[in-house]
Design a protein around this ligand. Sequence first.
Ligand SMILES: *Cc1c(COP(=O)(O)O)cnc(C)c1O
Length: 345
Amino acid sequence: MGTAHLQIDLGALAANWRALDAASGPDVETAAVVKADGYGLGIAPVATTLRDAGARTFFLAVAEEGAAARAALGPDAAIMVFSGHMPGDAPLLREHALIPMLNSIEQMTRHFEALPGHPFGVQLDSGMNRLGLEPVEWAAARDLVMAQRPVHVMSHLACADDPADAANARQRDAFRSLTEGLGVPLSLGATGGVLLGRDYHFDVTRPGIGLYGGLPFAEARAVVRLTAPVIQVRDVAPGEIVGYGGTWRAERPTRVATLSAGYADGIIRAMGNRARLWHGATPCPLVGRVSMDLLTADVSHLPEVPEALDILGPQGGIDDLAEAAGTIGYEILTALGARYHRTYL
Ligand SMILES: *Cc1c(COP(=O)(O)O)cnc(C)c1O
C-alpha cells in the first residue's frame, strides 16, 4: 500500500465521551462537538459512535455540515449550529432540522422572519469577543427573544485550557448574571470547561477535543494512530544533503528512510527537521524538509530496515506532534488529509 494508514479507535472515542460525562454531575447533559467532519476523523463514524455512547446533542460550526450529521444521526438527535442563521441557511436549517445558535440581532430578525416557530438557541458573548450577543444587546432584546422560546442559551470560554487564568471566573460570573432566571438549558464549557469543575458545567457541556484524545484532557485515550510506509531507504555519506533546499546535511554516514506522507496529508511543513517518527518505542528524527507527499527520517540506529514508521502512535500523540510544528492538537487532527487509508476500530 502506497498511502499512509490512519487508524481511528472508536472505542477510545466512546471511552473519552464517557469519561468526560462522568466528570460532571448526573443532572448535567454531556453533548458532543463534531464540527469540521468530527475534528477530521469522519462525521458519520464519529457521530454514530458518540450517539451510541449516550450523546443526544451535537454541535456543528456551520449549517452546511448539517446534512451529513443528520444523515448519520437520524431524526432524534438535537443538532446545533454555532454560526447561527446565516443568509441562505433557511432551507438547510429546515430540511435537516438544525438548531441555529443566534449570535446577533440581525440573525434573530432573519431567523424569525424566514423560519417562524423553528427552534433556535442564543449565543451570548461573556468576554471572548468572538461570537454572540453583547451584554447590552442582550439586555435590550432579552424579553422579546425569550418570548420566542429559545431551546438553549450558551457562551464560550476563551482561556479554559489554563485553569489559572482569571478570565475563566470572570466569564463564568458574566454568563451567570446574563442568564439568571431564564429557565432554559445553559452551556458554557467545552473540554476545558468540563475540567474546570462543577461551577462551569451549568446544564449542558460541549466537549470536542477531549473526545478525540487531545489536551487539555490529559487523561484522554489516544484515538488516532498514523503509520506511513517506507518507500525506499538509502545510505547518505557525510556532507551530502537530504531534501528540498538542502536544509539537512549528514555529519556522519546516515541511513535515511523515505516515507509516503507529506504536507498534502497534513504533516505540516514546519515539522521538517523537528518532529520525530517512531519505530515501536524508538524515535527516528525527521531530517530535511517535509515535501508534499514524502518525509525523510534518520533510521541509522534501527537494527533492521523498517517497513513503516508511526507518525502518530503510542509514543507520540497529536499534542507531541503539534509541539514540533508550533501548533495545537486540534490543528493536527483537522489537517489530516483525505489520502490516507482509513480504518475504524
Ligand atoms: C469548538 C468549540 C467547542 C469544543 O471545544 P473543545 O475545546 O474542542 O472541547 C465548544 N464550543 C464552541 C463554541 C466551540 O467553537
